[in-house]
Design a protein around this ligand. Structure first.
Ligand code: ADP
Ligand code: ZN
Length: 730
């Protein structure tokens, strides 16, 4: 018997995605099976997917142990991925079954390969040669012997599909059936690299050398927006591909993938594999399988791409690494940035964390020498960082339904006269955050959550941003039944659009908010249109802060720079700083210089002053000092425990019991805060009670947490979720 191979009938342990808290014993199937093999096993009356996790434990009634039904047609899960799932599960206190679900998110993994039509070079010459036909044949010759789908081939040759079909008729292109899950076209690492500037070339060389070392290491690639971070990390990708290893690029937002795909195509000749919620199920399966077999060299995707079964992962890029969407807030609570580092350390890969405004965690790791740091300090070409100024709103006497100050208004007018674009930024979706009854003072709330309903005029509904519940805008107050007395209070992006349309009657106004587009494609089209000048004024939420490139944009007006500073989130200052710098970075990305104007009621606030001064190091040092003093992340460790139940009393009872029986936590010197109602105390009809645990760094927090919560059995519909390093404190 070779290592990692189980002969027929041997007792093996199989991990399934079923919510059981152990690996189950089975007998190896006819022909035996490999460690890590994907298998189908009987479980009660059902057949389920599993992975051979190791030898069986043998603590099961041996007569009842059943046999594996069959080994599936997929590359066995490698040691590295099994170790990653175990370590990530340990870290986040997640059961292994849930971890396996993350790693098998593709449909029909067990199905036999289905067939589809593909096209390759034929033997005949077409009777009449046209430019279009020649291009198709050239592509096929360039890729010697490879075959493509109709759509791929037409796209690569830049022709319509009918050109390819015409060539099939002439026998110049052969059409055949082939398994659906085809390898992805090969990327050429030496195709189209740009001439890098001195700074860029030095940064690229550092990243390349890291990849070439073949060992784990993390680099923080910090550079202002537009400095060429993407160009630089694409060189690391190229080096990774040259070495025959696979690369993964994580992006925080699907809307950013389209632009990225275009750049990959320009740099490497073809597009990479994609992995995110917008990818069809069949394509997902293809990606999943090809990653395992080495038929995909580069994947661009969302955080869940970290759990793909790479054959040989050599590089992970986390672009916009500070972005909060890397933290998964439902189901398995993990931070993709941290998990990227973990996975890379297990498979000898490099990590590049790219950002103009790094998270304090990454800044601190670089500061402590745990990460290398590479910096690009100036924008590429003639572009410079915008000038930033505050507009003191205390001096403005605006009526209560107006938010655009006169100073901002005249700045916008000046841009429009110049044929340039202005962006008005407000980080609030919908029309108005609050709807209040002027007769009784009642504020309309969600029936299922402790949250206000937000009016969305565009949808003509009230929406709960917590649970997504919507209802039509009522005519009468739900509390006192007075009619026609409901009033919108405060601005959202839609209301700001209304104001802008009035103030700038001749301007073309476009609104960009994630909820206003039915599909990623519609959003992409709108963004492309704006980049080409289809609008004079862009009104946008957080969505516009992320990486889009609008060359005509020279003015950014932030409607409420103070918004993020309210609230109790320990990262409020950091988030505001990052967001304001990111938004401001949208201005002046091309030849024309930009200005960012921040409307604020507290221009002396240290965070606002830091944003304006551009003294980033100063800001990080001050912020780090405060966090160190308070013993909070990244200088201390925290975990949130959220108990949720339909019965508020039971949730509090369990919370109190946890707080009393705290011996496991006291042993590691942890402090417990709570139980208290969670900041949003009711979501989807469930009451939520929260405890916070805080402890010094370097203590075995997870072990203690496991012992602590392990003292209790959950009764009824009670749920307990542990959130390590909580990012949002809701
Ligand atoms: P970042 O990722 O830091 O925001 P990008 O890599 O997107 O910056 O670069 C900003 C713009 O400048 C892009 O359009 C990019 O193609 C261009 N650019 C950057 N560096 C170069 C270069 N060396 N040669 C040509 N164009 C460049
Ligand atoms: Zn709700």
């Amino acid at each position: 018997m070779e290592a990692g191979y189980f002969d027929e009938g041997a007792l093996i342990g199989v991990l399934t995605a079923q919510p059981l808290d152990r690996v189950l014993d089975y007998r190896a199937p006819e022909g035996g099976c490999q460690l890590g093999a994907f298998v189908e096993v009987p479980l009660g009356p059902r057949k389920v997917l599993g992975v051979v996790w190791g030898p069986g434990r043998g603590d099961w009634d041996i007569a009842k142990v059943r046999q594996v039904i069959r080994v599936l047609d997929a590359a066995p899960m490698r040691d590295e991925l099994r170790a990653f799932l175990e370590k990530a599960g340990d870290y986040t206190l997640t059961p292994m079954s849930a971890m396996l679900r993350l790693a098998t998110r593709a449909p029909g993994l067990g199905d036999p390969p289905s067939m589809r039509k593909v096209y390759r070079l034929g033997h005949a010459e077409p009777e009449r040669m046209t430019d279009a036909r020649r291009r198709v044949l050239e592509v096929l010759r360039d890729y010697g012997g490879l075959s493509f789908t109709l759509k791929e081939l037409a796209e690569m040759a830049g022709v319509t599909t009918s050109v390819v079909k015409g060539l099939v008729k002439h026998g110049a292109v052969a059409e055949e059936n082939s398994p659906r899950d085809l390898p992805f076209p090969r990327l050429d690492p030496d195709l189209g690299s740009k001439d890098l500037t001195g700074d860029q070339a030095a940064a690229a060389e550092t990243l390349r050398a890291g990849v070439a070392s073949g060992r784990y290491g993390t680099v923080l690639l910090k550079g202002v927006t537009g400095s060429g971070k993407t160009e630089v990390y694409l060189e690391a990708v190229a080096e990774c591909l040259r070495r025959g290893r696979q690369a993964l690029v994580l992006l925080p937002e699907i809307a950013l993938t389209a632009e990225f795909l275009t750049r990959v195509q320009a740099r490497f000749g073809v597009q990479p594999a994609e992995w995110h919620s917008g990818v069809t199920m069949t394509e997902r399966r293809r990606v999943w399988k090809m990653i395992g077999q080495g038929g995909a060299q580069l994947v661009v995707g969302a955080r869940s791409a970290l759990f793909l079964p790479f054959r040989d992962l050599g590089l992970v890029v986390v672009d916009e690494e500070h972005d909060t969407s890397y933290k998964q807030e439902e189901g398995v609570l993990y931070n993709a940035r941290d998990m990227a580092v973990l996975r890379a350390s297990l498979c000898g890969a490099r990590v590049v964390l790219a950002s103009a405004t790094p998270s304090l965690e990454s800044w601190a790791n670089a500061d402590a020498g745990k990460y290398d740091k590479v910096e690009l300090t100036s924008r590429y070409g003639p572009a410079v960082m915008p000038e930033m100024r505050s507009l003191d709103m205390r001096a403005e006497k605006l009526p209560s339904d107006r938010w655009i100050s006169t100073a901002l208004q005249s700045a916008v007018n000046a841009r429009i006269e110049n044929g340039e674009q202005a962006l008005l930024f407000i980080n609030r979706r919908g029309y108005a955050p609050v709807t209040i009854c002027r007769a009784c003072g009642h504020q309309i709330g969600c029936d299922h959550c402790d949250a206000r309903m937000v009016e969305h005029r565009f949808l003509k509904r009230l929406v709960c941003h917590q649970c997504g519940e919507t209802k039509p805008m009522p005519e009468a107050c739900p509390s006192c039944e007075a009619e026609g007395r409901l009033a919108a209070v405060g601005p959202g992006v839609e209301r700001l659009t209304e104001e802008a349309v009035k103030l700038f009657p001749d301007a073309r106004v476009a609104t960009l908010s994630s909820d206003m587009f039915g599909s990623a494609r519609a959003l992409k089209a709108e963004i492309e249109g704006i980049a080409q000048g289809s609008a004079d004024i862009i009104i946008g939420t957080q969505l516009v802060a992320k990486g889009h490139n609008f060359p005509l944009l020279t003015l950014v007006g932030v409607i409420d720079a103070d918004l993020g500073l309210q609230g109790s989130d320990l990262r409020a200052a950091e988030r505001t700083f990052q967001l304001m710098r990111q938004v401001a970075g949208r201005a002046g990305r091309a030849e024309k210089s930009g200005v960012a104007l921040l409307q604020t009621y507290q221009p002396e606030h240290p965070v606002i002053r830091a944003i304006l001064s551009g003294d980033e190091e100063g800001f990080w040092k001050a912020e780090a000092g405060e966090r160190r003093h308070a013993g909070v992340p990244p200088y201390g460790r925290m975990a949130g425990i959220i108990l949720s139940s339909s019965d508020v009393q039971e949730a509090f009872d369990l919370g109190n019991a946890l707080a009393r029986q705290d011996a496991p936590l006291r042993r590691i010197g942890a402090q417990i805060f709570g139980p208290a109602p969670a900041p949003i105390a009711r979501v989807r009809g469930r009451h939520r009670v929260r405890l916070l645990v805080k402890v010094d760094r370097g203590t075995p927090l997870q072990t203690a947490l496991r012992q602590w919560v392990g003292q209790f059995r959950l009764k009824g519909d009670m749920r307990l979720a542990v959130d390590i390093d909580p990012q949002s404190f809701y």
